[in-house]
Design a protein around this ligand. Structure first.
Ligand code: AMP
Length: 291
């Protein structure tokens, strides 16, 4: 018996396997990834296993979500290592489609969710979320899973996908998983591999700074002041800051003044050529005490 789970590379083969499971009355979870599998991806597989009988992991480095000057060509790819790791983690099917399967010749249809994607990461990466929305919609139509898993690490993406699933009545439940971190707090990311040793040393400050903002907000600090203080701290440490923002946790509407409800602190920075993003929840103290 092969150590790794079956790999399918076409929509036809994916659908044939999923149909067999369905006939047997089994439920199916999909975990979409771009490969370069790390423990953050594996934690989503763990959640998927607990909520469905079968787990499909897709690996597809999606060209349409990269800008012309971004890292599509150099994005880390190691299919053999990924497949081995995914097998050990309990994935039961790996879907590795070709670009032609995802974007047939002449493909022109794009999905976008303007409301949630125009600012934050959408401002610096204009086509990014449209690329993600399009590829996720395609994967959902190809696989037709009962549940689909996404990480809170990409919080704006998570909210966008919840919205598109709702808006288009896609029959799938979106399940999110918490951000997995290194011991020093740095959120796991395939792009961490780009960091030089010196950059890697300061990278965990991003999490420390946004956590400090969340703590200040809990104490009653105003959202604008807390975000600005965080930005200045990051700049002083050598980060090029794209944004540090305090937003409503559901709508991503900008907040100012002391928090009244659930919020999210989100930040994107550059260390050299590497873009890092992270986010944490923030709640006013009255809510954390449950009164
Ligand atoms: P990616 O391969 O980077 O496109 O990520 C695939 C999925 O894994 C997305 O739903 C991400 O949000 C999620 N993910 C990435 N990093 C982490 C992490 N550190 N913890 C939990 N989930 C993550």
């Amino acid at each position: 018996m092969p150590r790794h789970p079956p790999i399918v590379r076409t929509v036809k083969d994916l659908r044939a396997q999923v149909a067999k499971w369905r006939q047997a009355g089994e439920t199916v979870a999909l975990v979409p990834t771009m490969g370069a599998i790390h423990a953050g991806h594996l934690s989503l597989i763990g959640i998927a296993k607990a909520q469905a009988n079968r787990v499909v992991v897709s690996i597809f480095v999606n060209p349409t979500q990269f800008g012309p000057r971004e890292d599509f060509k150099t994005y880390p790819r190691d299919e053999a290592a990924d497949i081995e790791t995914l097998g050990e983690a309990g994935a039961q099917l790996i879907y590795v489609p070709s670009v032609e399967d995802m974007y047939p010749p002449g493909s022109a249809t794009r999905v976008s969710v303007p409301d949630l994607t125009e600012d934050l990461c959408g401002a610096a990466r204009p086509q990014h979320f449209q690329g993600v929305a399009t590829v996720v919609t395609t994967l959902l139509l190809q696989c037709a899973p009962d549940i689909v898993l996404f990480g809170e690490k990409d919080y704006q993406q998570l909210l966008m996908i919840k919205r598109l699933v709702r808006d288009l009545s896609i029959p799938v439940r979106v399940v999110s998983g918490p951000t997995l971190r290194e011991g020093d707090g740095l959120a796991l990311s395939s792009r961490n591999a780009y960091l030089s040793p010196d950059q890697r040393k300061i990278a965990p400050l991003l999490y420390r700074v946004i956590s400090a903002i969340a703590a200040d907000l809990a104490e009653g600090s105003g959202a604008d002041d807390a975000a600005l203080a965080g930005r200045l701290k990051l700049e002083a440490e050598g980060f090029r800051v794209d944004y540090v923002a305090v937003r409503d946790a559901e709508t991503l509407v900008p907040l100012s003044g002391p928090l009244k409800g659930r919020a999210r602190v989100l930040a994107a920075v550059n260390l050299g050529a590497t873009r890092l993003i992270d986010n944490v929840p923030a709640v006013p103290r009255s809510k954390t005490k449950g009164n």
